[in-house]
Design a protein around this ligand. Structure first.
Ligand code: DGL
Length: 273
């Protein structure tokens, strides 16, 4: 048995592409349908009710594309709206529990930094999952609200003084704690990993949720005989709620592959209520 339907992935904007990058590496034959809510990004500064409403519309859009499972490639949605997604008619994967489990396994000094949007940090979800495995862990959480606009603007180089100073300022408590493991708790943040690494030091583990989540998806699909059995490389199609042009430019950089103009379409997400 095989399932040729695409995997549905969504995020508030470009950040979910860091998950797609890992998905394409770990599941190269799967087709992917991505929705980036570029017209309403960021989610991390919005209220819980708004995030739940947006996530539900994003999921309805992906369901309309007949996907076989949905990944919330967004730390904020994963932290705030995962419970609601349990009612979906297809399996749902979030990015928080996998990253938290990986960090709990990696840390040696039991000090873990969690970087995320304000909504993610406020939810305390990473800490909740980490404590299930390592009850004695010390968790240092930092809401880094300027990181998403930096990434969406295409500013991510470790040589950029604005990027470096912003990272330094947000990470002060993490550095002071001596944490040996840091979770990039927002899917935009792997784009800033070189800058973050240069601030925390090469010896600190950085956890990218895209990797462990993609591995969990692979495990689920293979155990349930739902992998796409096509022999060629999977296709990726992108949908956005704002103009496709600026998305395509930065997305190509983040994904490390050129995105064809015909592969990006604008949708009116308010129709999916
Ligand atoms: N990629 C989203 C996340 O992982 C970005 C958050 C936002 O839109 O504020 O949280």
């Amino acid at each position: 048995m095989a399932d040729k339907r695409a995997i549905g992935v969504f995020d508030s904007g470009l950040g979910g592409l860091t998950v797609i990058k890992e998905l394409r590496r770990i599941l190269p034959n799967e087709d992917i349908i991505y929705f980036g809510d570029t017209g309403r990004v960021p989610y991390g500064t919005k209220s819980r009710d708004t995030i739940i409403k947006y996530a539900s519309q994003d999921e309805k859009f992906l369901l309309s594309k007949n996907v076989k499972l949905i990944i919330a490639a967004c730390g904020t949605v994963s932290s705030v709206a995962s419970q609601e997604a349990e009612k979906l008619p297809v399996p749902f994967f979030e990015v928080v529990s996998h990253a938290a489990n990986e960090a709990a396994k990696l840390t040696l000094n039991k000090k873990i930094g969690v970087l995320g949007t304000n909504a993610t940090v406020k939810s305390g979800k990473h800490a909740e999952f980490i404590k299930k495995i390592l009850p004695e862990a010390e968790i240092i959480s930092c809401g880094c609200s300027m990181f998403v606009p930096l990434v969406e603007e295409g500013w991510h180089s470790a040589d950029d003084i604005v990027v470096l100073e912003t990272v330094k300022r947000y990470l002060k408590p993490v550095i002071a704690s001596g944490a040996d493991t840091v979770i990039l708790g927002c899917t935009h943040y792997p784009v800033l990993k070189d800058a973050i690494k240069s601030v925390v030091g090469a010896g600190v583990n950085l956890v990218n949720a895209g990797t462990s989540t993609s591995e969990a998806v692979y495990k689920y699909l293979s155990e349930n005989s739902l992998l796409n059995d096509k022999k060629s490389k999977g296709d990726a199609q992108f949908f956005v709620s704002d103009k496709p042009d600026s998305f395509r430019k930065i997305a190509s950089i983040l994904l490390g592959e050129e995105i064809d103009e015909k592969k990006v379409e604008q949708v009116d997400i308010s129709n999916y209520d």
